[in-house]
Design a binder for this molecule. Structure first.
Ligand code: HEC
Ligand code: HEC
Ligand code: HEC
Ligand code: HEC
Ligand code: HEC
Length: 436
């Protein structure tokens, strides 16, 4: 079977009509058979190839084509059983396909274009509660969030698109539909390595990836195939996108990583807990939240550490940060995230008589002539308590010293002086005053 635009429109149309009994909501403009024109865009072998190349680029593995791996090798590499590669005829209505250890975990650069948008709408119609949570999440906003748009304007690389608009073709400007989807239900739940996978699965009823059933009794019947995989219930469900190297880095250790959340998690006290256990807490219904709580939730950010401060001398304070609800370094994720730890001697009318500020972060240097940076130091809170000593100078003698710990989302570090960074958002984690 070849995935021409026609075939795609037919299978996607059939899925929507059969499973959900409604027409697709999408831009108007229909060819003769009544389906919207945008459904007819073909997924070509070139797109499948650029999909794999972008994935390989992100993960530093062999490119597609001469000297690299071919189509067959892609399937073998991820070990997808033949039954799943050929369209899952066995994955029809209500069938549970168990492929423990075999399913592909979510990856960047899926490049399934409008087919992804259409099938995603069908997921949303039946799973309305989950959809509502996901619509408010940064996953859904991954390609539209202003912080990302500003950063992408400075560095508009296909590399970025592969994660922030994973259903787009990384090397092509995305449509607003595909970009607006962000990281969709289908990106995480309908995996597989070929760009035709989604259309192929839709023909038989999409088989979705799920964590092992933990509820009492038998899981409720689903009108689609369900592939239960232990790895999807662990950090591997997130690893494809939440850890990666700078675009030009090859091989390399942790110093070439742009984000290192998975490695940090593995080395943390919470290594035995899944990412979902903190980021997808079960709500009233007992179902896991798809809001993906993170840096925008102040109480959640504060829960990462407990903070105490004491005066060591007339002019010095020690601020101690002890990991609490922490599943990785604090902060983790984006390379510019940091903690500001500061103290100031307070004079009459709160006038600042002396101060010091320190930043706990991954400290990078630029690599002249190359894209990306190299890690030279990492003093974030990870694993054990961190004590930060601050000296406010002679102004502190006989005066109250105020202290603060703030979590900062940095838009750009600007110069080498860390104080000149542009701050996009801040959460005050803890603060207090120490009398003379
Ligand atoms: C025609 C309605 C319908 C459509 C379309 C649909 N689902 Fe479902 N799905 C269900 C029902 C009903 C269940 C079983 C009850 C439940 O778990 O909510 C289910 C179960 C699931 C489960 C398993 C939950 C578990 O662990 O037991 C997942 C995951 C899931 N669906 C995701 C999706 C995704 C992703 C899509 C889109 C590709 C999708 N569903 C499309 C109705 C639908
Ligand atoms: C970023 C990845 C991601 C996205 C996006 C995502 N999911 Fe999930 N979903 C998961 C993971 C991982 C689990 C399993 C968590 C666990 O139980 O460990 C899950 C669980 C579920 C479940 C079972 C929930 C439960 O606790 O019983 C359903 C149903 C579901 N997802 C549907 C959807 C639908 C519908 C969408 C889109 C509106 C969606 N998901 C988007 C990763 C994702
Ligand atoms: C297909 C790639 C992809 C997968 C898979 C994925 N994520 Fe994400 N995730 C992203 C991107 C991209 C963002 C950034 C969105 C933005 O621009 O703010 C993000 C953002 C987040 C955030 C919000 C971060 C913040 O600053 O608040 C959390 C939390 C998160 N992801 C958790 C998870 C978890 C848990 C999983 C696994 C169950 C997962 N993600 C799987 C791509 C992915
Ligand atoms: C024990 C709970 C816990 C576990 C497990 C956990 N996290 Fe977090 N995560 C947090 C808390 C609390 C925050 C907010 C404080 C912070 O920024 O670290 C957070 C923040 C984040 C952020 C926002 C980035 C930042 O720090 O600004 C991302 C992305 C993220 N986590 C991804 C993951 C992924 C991926 C995993 C699994 C590999 C994971 N988390 C496991 C608790 C957890
Ligand atoms: C392999 C996947 C991947 C690639 C490639 C990638 N990102 Fe991200 N990006 C993420 C994840 C995951 C997060 C969430 C971590 C966090 O919020 O700290 C994120 C977060 C961000 C954020 C913070 C967004 C916010 O809402 O606060 C910005 C800005 C960003 N990325 C820009 C870029 C740019 C620009 C590029 C290309 C140079 C890029 N990213 C490439 C996965 C990726």
């Amino acid at each position: 079977m070849r995935y021409t635009g026609q075939a795609l429109a037919v299978v996607v149309g059939a899925f929507l009509a059969g499973a959900c009994g409604g027409g697709a909501a999408g831009p108007a403009g229909s060819p003769a058979d009544g389906s919207p024109a945008w459904m007819h865009r073909a997924i070509t072998p070139q797109m499948m190839r650029s999909n794999y190349d972008a994935w390989a680029y992100v993960h530093g593995v062999a490119p597609y084509g001469p000297g690299g791996v071919g189509n067959g090798a892609v399937a073998t590499r991820v070990g997808v059983p033949p039954a799943l590669q050929v369209g899952m005829p066995g994955a029809g209505i209500g069938t549970v396909v168990g492929v423990e250890g075999g399913a592909t975990m979510p990856t960047p650069a899926r490049a399934r274009l409008e087919a992804a948008v259409v099938v995603n709408l069908s997921c949303e119609r039946c799973h309305a509660d989950v959809a509502q949570e996901w619509r408010g999440s940064l996953h859904h906003a991954a390609n539209t969030e202003p912080a990302y748009r500003r950063a992408f304007a400075i560095e508009p690389l296909p590399f970025c698109r592969s994660c922030h608009a994973p259903e787009a073709v990384p090397t092509e400007v995305e449509s607003s539909l595909v970009g607006g989807l962000g990281v969709g239900c289908v990106t995480c739940h309908v995996t597989g390595d070929g760009a035709g996978e989604l259309a192929r699965n839709a023909a038989f009823g999409v088989a979705v990836l799920a964590a092992p059933w933990r509820g009492a009794g038998k899981p409720p019947d689903a009108p689609h195939g369900v592939v239960r995989e232990a790895r999807f219930g662990g950090a591997e469900a997130c690893a494809g996108c939440h850890e990666f190297a700078f675009p030009t880095a090859r091989g390399g250790g942790v110093e070439s990583l742009m984000q290192s959340t998975i490695t940090e998690h593995r080395a943390s006290a919470a290594a035995g807990q899944s990412c979902a256990s903190c980021h997808m807490p079960a709500g009233k219904t007992g179902r896991r939240s798809h809001g993906f709580v993170g840096s925008r939730d102040e109480a959640f950010v504060r829960s990462a550490v407990t903070v105490t401060a004491r005066r060591m001398s007339a002019t010095r304070v020690a601020v101690t940060l002890t990991p609490a609800n922490s599943g990785h370094a604090f902060p983790t994720g984006d390379l510019f995230r940091r903690l500001s730890v500061s103290a100031e001697a307070l004079g009459p009318d709160e006038m600042v008589m002396g101060e010091q500020e320190r930043f706990l972060t991954r400290h990078f240097v630029l690599r002249p002539g190359q894209i990306g940076r190299r890690l030279v130091a990492d003093d974030r809170v990870h694993g054990e308590a961190v004590v930060v000593e601050l000296e406010v100078g002679p102004g502190g003698v006989g005066r109250t010293i105020g202290w603060q710990v703030a979590y900062q989302r940095v838009a750009h570090p600007n110069g080498v002086d860390e104080r000149t960074a542009t701050i996009e958002g801040e959460v005050r984690v803890a603060s207090g005053r120490l009398p003379p």
